[in-house]
Design a protein around this ligand. Structure first.
Ligand code: FE
Length: 257
């Protein structure tokens, strides 16, 4: 499996705190069936800056440690980029890492509880540059949970989306799990990723998530999500889904009941 979102680099963000922990997490990843991992430290989220050059260097060093410990994990440099007003400048300054080497797929994060009002314009600007944002863990964004049409519109504009495997298996509670399932059902999910941190309840759940997906949605969608991760890291085309809006809850005691 390919994991396109994890916080395995030691000492750079709220993920792994040390090389020992990173190696332990890498072992966990391999045990969960992951062969390739895009390392995506937070960037420009108001707390962490992980500049492109530094991440490339740190990823090379980490790969050397993995090889030295004979851990069969191949790692690539990436970033989880928070949407922010300086993003276009950062792109101009060549300080942004993509999921693919060709610079097409951008792992883009929103604040946990908000979608900034400039989002639509920013997405347009990114698209104009040939960039396809992959919106990470929309299932945990409280604003999208309340107004699922926000995500539906972004996907219709051409964005992709990544659900965190542990959300779908229920680690973040029933509401997030249920919403994850609704998004999958509506064609609004393109890939799973671990978003592994060294935190309690943030371990690898990829295998479990894919098993559950196979059971609930069948072989075709399961294969497709696995293939999509490969396409993204290779910079290949990802076939857009036929998207359905998420139906909002009907009022039981509405006017026409
Ligand atoms: Fe993350």
């Amino acid at each position: 499996m390919i994991d396109l979102h994890c916080h395995l680099l030691p000492g750079v963000d709220d993920g792994s705190k040390s090389m020992d922990i990173s190696l332990k997490l890498a072992n966990d990843a391999v045990r969960d069936g992951i062969d390739y991992a895009l390392l995506t430290p937070h960037h420009m989220n108001g707390v962490y800056l992980n500049h492109k050059k530094a991440v490339i260097q740190q990823t090379q060093e980490f790969q050397m440690e993995l090889d030295r410990h004979k851990i069969p994990l191949k790692v690539f440099p990436g970033q989880e980029v928070r949407i922010n007003g300086d993003l276009l400048t950062a792109l101009d300054q060549d300080d942004i890492l993509f999921a693919d080497e060709g610079g097409q797929y951008l792992m883009l994060e929103f604040p946990d509880d908000d979608i900034p009002n400039y989002t639509s314009n920013m997405i347009y600007e990114l698209m104009q540059r040939g960039i396809i944002p992959v919106i990470v863990h929309p299932e945990r964004n409280t604003k999208i949970m309340k107004q699922p049409d926000i995500l539906y519109d972004l996907l219709n504009e051409g964005c992709l989306s990544q659900i965190t495997a542990s959300s779908y298996v229920g680690i973040f509670g029933h509401k997030v799990q249920k919403f994850s399932k609704q998004l999958i059902q509506a064609g609004q999910v393109y890939i799973f990723a671990s978003d592994a941190h060294n935190l309690p309840n943030r371990k690898y759940e990829m295998r479990k998530a894919f098993h559950k997906l196979r059971r609930e949605f069948g072989e075709d969608l399961t294969n497709e999500l696995e293939e999509n991760a490969k396409s993204i890291i290779n910079g290949d085309f990802v076939l857009p889904h036929e998207l359905q809006p998420i139906k909002s809850k009907k009022k039981r005691w509405g006017l026409f009941w």
